[in-house]
Design a protein around this ligand. Structure first.
Ligand code: C2E
Ligand code: MG
Ligand code: MG
Length: 566
């Protein structure tokens, strides 16, 4: 039953009309003063207020003014009944919030029609409002569960889906496979082609993933370049592997971005319920641990979780906190990977690679913490520590009368953009009293391409000081070859991906030959990275490559161990 609050004024709505309203199946409450009415309305919110306090002309306006100050009553529709025939009075009423004005004389029928019309309007409004609220709630719900870029479930929803899949699997004594997928090199694409290009790539990758997988498979986007897939009830490992292979195959086809066609590589880590664990959080971390391992291997690699893999807490925040203490607690160490000159067969240089031994978590890979250190800016103090440690080590070897070994240190783009980098370098070299040519800096083409002009200025400053520069991971940065001519660099380090398995890969053989010839034309020395096999070394030698680095020569090692190689 609709509730009316009626301000009874014998003049406009005499007592005789109240029963008329009651007969129309309204529940009628009456009041004779403003205060009384407002008190009633607060206690039992009415569907409509009939305001007919015409006595002394001021009362209707007084009620409207008072109502306007009560936010909880603002939504209640209100009709003014009045003897006043003056239009400006009606306007005054509507300005103060009245929805309608009905002036005497009016019939019972007109009164009832005015009430019904207003209630209908109010119902429509309420309905619209409810729909709007429902849509808003649905949208908020969607935002909290879906990734807005790809429209895929996010990590919250993935977890729910994983819980459901695991519960169902447990009932049917089946398993669940969780695949953690990383699109390698998204960062390079973001850096060189811009974030819109990276976004386009991510959306296209998401479409491909959902396109090849059955509907029962949940596909989610977790963070930046990481996706996850819940595969319910796989028959066996082979079946999981087949899905992984299909994913890799589908993502390794080229992506057409507005500016350029690009290729990405994929790494996949897999954890199995209940084989590896029955705990959801652990399962998620195990898939990540397997993924970290896969990323360290050749591109397009898929890895099942193994119990000896370090499962670092999935929580990046935790890692960041540990990272902040790492320097103070002296948990970092510099390893040196020997570089062999192919002409002489001698070790004439080494690359400094940071290692982190966490007291509880054990070894944490630089591929995992360096990007985080870059994001948080912690790479600046950490990088400075590496530079100082390397220069001090180099100076010690020099004092011991060893033949000169040039040590190269990796510089991240964050360090390159740091205002005082050159002063820091000067200070370290003077403090330690090391000639600048003992030091080589490795920068990636991706880092240089972020701001070519200032990178050029910086490289010239290095050159003026006699510090050598190597272009690291060459060939992975999607940058054009044209700029190579203008860069004041000394060495090109060819990325592992062109070297690995090159003995059986005619395409990569051709690429290696071309890169080496091009580098020599530009007066640059060439170092090939990731050489693991004798046959790879032999090939590189015939191509005229200057030096090689990789497990075939030696893994990254402690300074004392490198001494044996020298
Ligand atoms: P990078 O500069 O390209 O270093 C080469 C990476 O290849 C190293 O990985 C090295 O251990 C690995 N590697 C060397 N030979 C082989 C091989 O024959 N086969 C295979 N599969 N891998 C090989 P690592 O030490 O894990 O470092 C990863 C990346 O982390 C480095 O790539 C570099 O970008 C970054 N990084 C390492 N140390 C530092 C540092 O002190 N400062 C900065 N800014 N970045 C660093
Ligand atoms: Mg390097
Ligand atoms: Mg490299």
């Amino acid at each position: 039953m609709r509730k009316l609050l009626v301000f009874v004024d014998p003049g406009t709505l005499n007592q005789a009309r109240v029963p008329l309203l009651s007969e129309q199946a309204f529940e009628v409450m009456t009041a004779t003063t403003v205060d009384q009415g407002i008190h009633l309305a607060r206690q039992q919110p009415p569907d409509l207020i009939l305001c007919c306090l015409d006595l002394g002309r001021g009362s209707n306006l007084q009620l409207l003014e008072t109502m306007a100050t009560k936010p909880d009553l603002l939504a209640v529709p209100l009709i003014v009944l009045t003897h006043e025939q003056n239009r400006s009075y009606w306007r005054q009423c509507t300005n103060l919030g009245a929805d309608d004005c009905l002036a005497t004389p009016f019939t019972d029928g007109e009164l009832l029609e005015a009430i019904a019309a207003r209630l209908r309007k109010q119902d429509a409004l309420t309905q619209r409002y409810n729909t709007l609220m429902r849509h808003t709630a649905e949208r908020l719900n969607r935002l909290s569960q879906y990734d807005s870029l790809t429209d895929l479930p996010n990590h919250h929803l993935l977890r729910q889906r994983l819980v459901q899949a695991v519960q169902r699997a447990a009932l049917g004594q089946q398993g669940v496979a969780l695949l953690s997928i990383s699109l390698d090199r998204l960062r390079q694409i973001n850096n060189t082609l811009g974030y819109p290009a990276g976004d386009t790539l991510l959306r296209a990758a998401a479409r491909r993933l959902t396109g090849i997988l059955p509907r029962s498979t949940a596909v989610a986007r977790l963070t930046g370049n990481q996706f996850a897939i819940v595969l319910p009830a796989p028959r066996n490992r082979k079946a999981v592997q087949a899905v992984a292979a299909e994913i890799i195959d589908s993502l390794s086809r080229s992506f057409s971005l507005p500016e350029q066609e690009v290729f990405v590589t994929t790494s996949i880590g897999i954890a199995l319920f209940p084989e590896n664990t029955e705990d959801i959080s652990t399962l998620l971390r195990q898939a990540d641990a397997a993924l970290e391992f896969a990323k360290q291997q050749k591109s397009n690699y898929c890895q099942f979780y193994k119990p000896d893999m370090p499962v670092v807490s999935g929580d990046e925040l935790q890692l960041e906190t540990w990272l902040r203490y790492g320097l103070k607690r002296q948990e970092f160490e510099v390893y040196y990977q020997p570089k062999q000159t192919l002409m002489t067969g001698r070790i004439e240089g080494a690359e400094a690679l940071i290692r982190w031994h966490h007291p509880e978590q054990g070894f944490i890979s630089p591929a995992r913490f360096v990007p985080l250190a870059e994001e948080t800016g912690l790479i600046v103090p950490i990088g400075e520590w590496v530079l100082r440690t390397v220069c001090a080590q180099s100076a010690r070897w020099r004092q011991q009368g060893l033949p000169p070994v040039q040590i190269s240190v990796n510089l991240s783009s964050v360090q390159l953009n740091q205002a005082h980098l050159c002063q820091t370098l000067d200070k370290i070299l003077t403090d330690i009293d090391l000639p600048a040519h003992y030091l080589q800096l490795e920068v990636t083409e991706t880092a240089l391409m972020q701001d070519v002009d200032s990178a050029l200025r910086l490289l010239h400053e290095f050159k003026d000081r006699g510090i050598q520069v190597a272009l690291d991971d060459f060939g992975t940065g999607y940058a054009s070859l044209g700029y190579l001519r203008d860069l004041p660099i000394d060495t090109l380090k060819i990325d592992t991906c062109f070297v690995r398995g090159v003995a059986h890969d005619p395409k990569n053989q051709m690429i290696l030959r071309r890169i080496i010839a091009l580098a020599h034309d530009l007066d640059l020395a060439v170092v090939a990275e990731g050489v693991e096999q004798a046959e790879e070394m032999e090939l590189l030698k015939t191509y005229g490559c200057d030096a090689i680095q990789g497990y075939w020569v030696g893994p990254p090692m402690r300074a004392a161990d490198l001494l044996q190689h020298l």
